[in-house]
Design a protein around this ligand. Structure first.
Ligand code: ZN
Length: 135
């Protein structure tokens, strides 16, 4: 088994796990919480809306992570995986090990992050957040 083959297997497993979690989240977000909002009085519905919002954000985060893994799998298929999208230089293996969905080398990622405002988190961080959730 080649290194990229093992990686592909790993990414497919992660993608599958994400879809399982999305399947678990979606029915709750759309049905149960929406029902809570309708049922509860004004005071409680504000709380339920907060829960719905948190759920929606979670779904968005998982969807983004799934999308990035799908793109990484596509790059493996194309043979462009591990290549920086900005400068075409190879992305260091240590970086890919830490963030398998990385599309930029450290230098270009740094440049991209300094371009981006602090309010808009770089898409790359979705993976990091997924691996190391904050308390
Ligand atoms: Zn680069």
């Amino acid at each position: 088994m080649t290194a990229s083959h093992a990686l592909e297997q790993d990414l497919r497993q992660r993608l599958h796990d994400l879809h399982v979690r999305l399947d678990q989240l979606h029915p709750r977000a759309s049905a149960e919480i929406a029902a809570d909002v309708r049922r509860d009085d004004l005071c409680d519905s504000a709380q339920a809306m907060g829960a719905l919002e948190a759920q929606t954000m979670s779904v968005e985060r998982l969807t983004l992570a799934a999308q990035r893994i799908t793109e990484a799998l596509q790059r493996i298929a194309d043979g462009t995986y591990g290549q920086c999208e900005e400068c075409d230089e190879p992305i260091p293996p240590a970086r890919l090990k830490a963030i398998p969905t990385a599309t930029l080398c450290v230098r270009c990622q740094g440049a991209a992050e300094s371009r981006a405002s602090r309010a808009a988190r770089a898409p790359q961080s979705a993976w990091e957040h997924e691996e190391a959730p904050h308390p």
